[in-house]
Design a protein around this ligand. Structure first.
Ligand code: ZN
Length: 138
């Protein structure tokens, strides 16, 4: 069995963003040379997500609105977590959007459903953060 490990770095200039990282993950898969197996991709921070969905700007706007209704950033004083920090909402947004994805690898490709793409969801940006890619298989 082969294994491959890589960390991808991101520095998002805004507090929140959704970034399509599919091509970077596909590059990892090519580097690994693995044809059949499983790929794990996870955020290495508790205020960021990795998730799979459609690359459609309307949907991303809708996510932003929905997450802001569920866990509004302001007023930051509404959260007990916000003593030294102001990112309690980011922890909650990350929780609901998820930590990681697992994708099957078939014939050297990510075995996606229709329109599936991998996204990095940033909820407390403006600093360097990491995503782990781990691939195992043959
Ligand atoms: Zn925090």
């Amino acid at each position: 069995m082969k294994s491959y490990t890589k960390e991808l770095w991101f520095e998002v200039p805004t507090r929140r963003a959704f970034i399509n990282i599919t091509s970077q993950v596909e590059q990892c898969l090519r580097e690994s040379g693995i044809q059949e197996g499983l790929l794990l991709c996870n955020a290495m921070h508790i205020t960021a997500s990795v998730f799979i969905n459609d690359d459609e700007s309307g949907l991303h706007y809708d996510y932003e609105q929905w997450l802001e209704r569920l866990a509004p950033h302001e007023p930051v004083s509404q959260y007990r977590h916000n003593g030294y920090e102001d990112n309690a909402d980011a922890h909650m947004k990350r929780q609901i959007m998820g930590r990681e994805v697992v994708v099957a690898i078939t014939k050297g490709k990510l075995h996606f459903g229709t329109w599936e793409r991998i996204f990095y969801g940033e909820f407390d940006g403006r600093r360097r953060k990491r995503v782990l890619v781990k691939i195992i298989g043959e």
